[in-house]
Design a protein around this ligand. Structure first.
Ligand code: CA
Length: 217
């Protein structure tokens, strides 16, 4: 999980980015103008800034200069090639041209975080190992056969470990908002993970809510 600052004055885009990055397990803070973004960067620790260039108050370049080398992905308008080049020349880590796909944003975010070493590439607990790059689960070193949804569910539980997640939230995060199969699907997959990976004691049922992966760290 990374601390990400989203700086974008268009409310709907800012919110869309926040929602998507939150679903992949990151903690997001939102700013809607350059001055408050610079203030947040001065006072907080962020692993990454997603920074629009055209902003009220201060523009993205000025915010970037005050950002004290926080890894940055610039958001640029489609036509403005000079913006892309200027951003990279100033030392930004990447840029995205609007409009962009959320999957592309998520991939760029993970790539930058990996370069700056803020991303977990694996998780180990006892005999269990989850390899986030290979999307594979190992038990005592042997790969465990899992469906893609079983894998994703485990990854979500791991990335949100020690946090109680409702069945509805798990359904949204793993199956998506348009899935109409119902929360029973979550229960079935949790049962399978518990059995396959011997996590009966680790994946706790949270009464009337959902589940929590308990990890002592
Ligand atoms: Ca803007």
């Amino acid at each position: 999980m990374a601390e990400i600052l989203i700086v974008e004055d268009e409310l709907s885009i800012n919110e869309l980015i926040r929602r998507n990055l939150s679903l992949t397990g990151h903690h997001c803070t939102q700013a809607f103008d350059g001055i408050s973004a610079a203030g947040l960067l001065e006072n907080g620790r962020f692993d990454l800034v997603i920074l629009d260039i055209m902003l009220p108050g201060m523009d993205g370049y000025q915010v970037f200069e005050s950002a004290a080398r926080t890894p940055t992905i610039f958001l640029t308008a489609k036509s403005e090639l000079t913006d892309k080049l200027k951003g990279l020349a100033m030392g930004a880590d990447d840029y995205l041209t609007k409009p962009f796909q959320m999957l592309e944003l998520a991939a760029r975010v993970e790539a930058v975080l990996r370069r700056t070493k803020k991303v977990e590439t694996e998780f180990v607990m006892g005999d269990l190992k989850c390899d986030f790059d290979r999307h594979q689960i190992f038990l005592k070193g042997a790969a465990v056969e899992c469906t893609p949804k079983e894998y994703e569910l485990l990854e979500v539980l791991i990335r949100n470990r020690n946090i109680a997640l409702s069945r509805e939230k798990l359904l949204d995060m793993v199956w998506g908002y348009d899935f109409d199969g119902g929360t029973r699907t979550v229960d079935v997959h949790i049962q399978r993970l518990r059995q396959k990976l011997h996590l009966e004691k680790d994946i706790k049922t949270v009464y009337k809510l959902g589940y929590r992966l308990e990890v002592r760290e």
